[in-house]
Design a binder for this molecule. Structure first.
Ligand code: ATP
Ligand code: MG
Length: 299
């Protein structure tokens, strides 16, 4: 049985007004640690505390224009993403889908227009890091996981709140942090692969791990560019289920060319063409839209 040394007994630790400063410092730390009225930083959502989504709109893109050498890649683009919605963006090559994501994440600055997160965070006044901290996570097409680390360590590294590479090997996780990693492992379907090196995962599993790494940051908005390129049919089905399960708690914007996949996640679809929204609606509405048929579906 473990015995508490006399000098660390709970009564003594919680006693106030000690003359010994290091001991009282220690008591204060311990008292803070067991407080029930606080939420630890790593459990807090990372999105901006001032984010105001009372109007149920998480992302506003209004009148955005961006030219490259005189060519309008984005042309008077208006797009509104509701809280918790799963939106698919489709459109021909060069329609401006990736440029739109670059603008949302601060990688590219538009020439004109407004981009807001909630009704009060002006993303055009923020840099890329600030935008990420405000709650926008982006998944690029190519998975960017640390192949020489295990799946678990990849998630640990991505954990909200600073955990550097060396902490992963040195500093122990507490129970709540482990629970959080297990929750994300379950969400992305990689519980059985937790101790595998990420380099040994299949292409699809790497994509899910990367989505898991984004989830560790507790984003409000997830931007996912062509998630199923190169996946098997089975992996596509699992990705569809994963993205659908994330909606509600997160808003998810998926850019994808694969029509079967878009159909399978059955969300609102926006068709981008020459830098602006040509049509918006359910997949069946989109498919029967004559303009969309002409420019994109080629039917
Ligand atoms: N940095 C840049 N400099 C010059 N032109 C660019 C730049 N980024 C994008 N463009 C141009 O803007 C247009 C839109 O490109 P974008 O990559 O956004 O299209 P997309 O809809 O993502 O296409 P895809 O379906 O092929 O991925 C293209 O004509 C592209 O060549
Ligand atoms: Mg693109």
């Amino acid at each position: 049985m473990t015995t508490i040394p006399q000098q660390l007994s709970p009564q003594k630790l919680l006693k106030t007004g000690d003359a010994n400063p290091s001991e009282s410092q220690f008591r204060r730390k311990l008292r803070n640690l067991v407080r029930r009225d606080q939420v630890f930083d790593f459990l807090k959502p990372q999105y901006h505390p001032l984010l105001d989504t009372r109007h149920n709109i998480l992302l506003y893109i209004e009148g955005v224009t961006k030219s490259f050498d005189g060519f309008k890649a984005i042309d008077d683009l208006n797009l509104y993403i509701r809280e918790g919605e799963l939106r698919c963006i489709i459109g021909p090559n060069g329609a401006g889908k990736t440029t739109m994501m670059d603008i949302i994440t601060g990688k590219t600055r538009p020439d004109e227009g407004q981009v807001w997160l909630g009704s009060n965070l002006n993303l055009l006044n923020m840099d890329e890091a600030e935008i990420a901290n405000a709650g926008i996570g982006r998944k690029f097409q190519k998975p960017t996981v640390f192949e020489c680390l295990t799946v678990w360590h990849n998630l640990e590294l991505a954990m909200a709140g600073e955990r550097g590479v060396f902490d992963v090997f040195r500093a122990r996780l507490n129970g709540a942090q482990r629970d959080e990693i297990n929750r994300v492992l379950e969400q992305v379907g990689l519980c059985n692969q937790a101790s595998l090196l990420a380099g040994n995962l299949s292409h699809g599993q790497k994509q899910w791990l990367e989505i898991g790494m984004l989830l560790m940051q507790k984003p409000k908005l997830l931007l996912v560019d062509e998630p199923v390129a190169g996946m098997t049919h089975q992996e596509m089905d699992r990705t569809a289920a994963l993205l659908t399960s994330l909606a509600g708690e997160h808003s998810v914007v998926v850019v994808e060319h694969d029509m079967d996949f878009v159909r399978s996640i059955a969300s609102t679809v926006s068709v981008l063409h020459q830098g602006h929204v040509l049509a918006e609606g359910s997949m069946s509405e989109i498919q029967s839209n004559p303009q969309v048929k002409q420019v994109y579906l080629g039917e």
